[in-house]
Design a protein around this ligand. Structure first.
Ligand SMILES: Cc1ncc(COP(=O)(O)O)c(C=O)c1O
Length: 421
């Protein structure tokens, strides 16, 4: 009898990665907890998709009720997508009042790039050199972990990503200016090679870059340069959005800039495949003129019901405030571990999105970080790694995470660091 892993490799391909040396075979989730097939319980400190907690009963009920009532597509008129669109766009403090619903963050970014092309008539795109924005052919051009077949195309420029331990330009204080200089150089190249600048696309938390510490205003000079060149600003809020960062609903609000296009995904419907592009009405209209666009599943009534339930739970359970208070508490407890462990080089983050960067002997401690991820899994706490050298422990739990959960995380992190350190 083949094992589940053998069946998986045969059916889904040998490169279909799993987390952990001893991959987790999960069968059930509730709140911040996951159970494996042997009945063992794990504290989920990593999964952002179940934003309001695994299998939240209100989301389950919304999906099941709507699935039992009607599910069709957006060529029919239906109230739920309109109710949801109004509720979602009301969460933006500037003039983003239109939306297009899709099924994944990749699709959202693909559409956003095409909106930028339609608005500007240009094709150049600027991203960072340590990022991921999804898996369509167009969006893959921005991914830095694997060079696309045939190499990066000439309309793409990757600028050095900000970093705490190795800041762009050499110092943290000078990093915003150095980052902007990278953007300005990319603009000059795109103008010289005839593409011009259609967009700069960034995660306003630089989540995949390892969420370096950046303050309000960090992007101002870079954004001004892009706008002067006629390009639009796309904020990929797939990771920081929906209040995870605690202080604000969106990463761009925290940094104090107003993107032209915002893309959303992962947490949007607690695991139901829902994503969206939110923008100004004229950008949506220009896009719809330039491209004939229809999405069979995007914005269907069941998806809209799931997404609406998530918005309501975030409000009713005050999860943005929870992200802030529990996040502050957890970050301060993790900071206290520094005194016990020399390998902790940097502790950073905001809200329920933080991490611990590990260095040893003056070098990023990539192997130690991988060992920590496995050790913590064996001790019943799930997290993972991030960063250019995969040497930062990444904590990004469901937003119903409590102080007790944070205490358990920190205790297990302390024990695991002693065990592997
Ligand atoms: C910042 C960011 N954007 C977009 C995506 C793509 O989202 P999806 O996997 O839903 O296509 C991801 C996925 O990890 C992401 O981290």
């Amino acid at each position: 009898m083949p094992t589940a892993l053998e069946r998986r490799a045969r059916l889904l391909g040998p490169q279909m990665t799993t987390f952990y040396q001893d991959p987790l075979h999960v069968v059930r989730g509730e709140g911040v907890w996951l159970w494996d097939k042997d009945g063992r319980r794990y504290l989920d400190c990593y999964n952002n998709v179940p934003h309001v907690g695994h299998c939240h009963p209100r989301v389950v009920e919304a999906i099941s009720h709507q699935a039992g009532t009607l599910n069709t597509h957006t060529r029919y008129v239906h109230d739920l997508i309109l109710d949801y669109g109004e509720a979602l766009t009301a969460k933006f403090s500037h003039d983003l009042s239109s939306l297009l619903m899709v099924c994944s963050g990749s699709e959202a970014n693909d559409v956003a790039l095409r909106m930028a092309q339609a608005m500007t008539g240009k094709t150049g795109i600027i991203g960072t050199d340590n990022t991921y924005h999804g898996n369509t052919a167009a969006v893959s051009q921005l991914n830095s972990s694997k060079v696309p077949v045939g190499g990066y195309q000439d309309h793409v420029r990757q600028v050095p990503a900000p970093d705490n331990m190795a800041p762009v330009g050499g110092t943290r204080e000078g990093q915003a200016e150095a980052f902007a200089k990278g953007v300005e150089a990319a603009i000059a190249e795109l103008e010289a090679n005839g593409h011009g600048v259609s967009a700069m696309i960034l995660c306003p938390y630089f989540a995949n870059e390892g969420f370096p510490t950046i303050e309000a205003g960090f992007l101002d000079r870079a954004i001004a340069a892009v706008r002067r060149a006629g390009g639009v600003i796309i904020a990929d809020e797939v990771q920081p959005g929906f209040g995870r960062i605690g202080s604000h609903w969106w990463g761009h609000e925290r940094l104090g800039f107003e993107p032209d296009i915002v893309t959303l995904g992962k947490p949007m419907a607690n695991g139901h495949p829902v994503a969206a592009v939110v923008t100004r009405p004229e950008i949506l209209a220009t896009f719809q003129d330039a491209f004939k666009y229809f999405n069979t599943f995007g914005g269907n009534p069941v998806s809209a019901a799931a997404a609406m339930a998530v918005l309501q739970v975030i409000e009713d359970e005050a999860l943005v405030a929870n992200a802030q208070s529990v996040g502050d508490y957890a970050l301060s407890s993790v900071n206290d571990l520094k005194g016990n462990h020399d390998v902790i080089a940097d502790v950073r983050g905001v809200g329920l999105f933080f991490g611990v960067e590990l260095w040893r002997d003056g070098k990023p401690a990539t192997d130690l970080c991988a060992a920590m991820v496995d050790e913590m899994r064996d001790r019943g706490v799930l997290l993972h790694s991030v960063g250019r050298y995969e040497n930062t422990l990444k904590v990004r739990p469901p937003c119903v995470f409590s102080q007790d959960n944070a205490d358990l995380l920190v205790q297990v992190m302390d024990d695991a660091l002693r065990a592997v350190g």
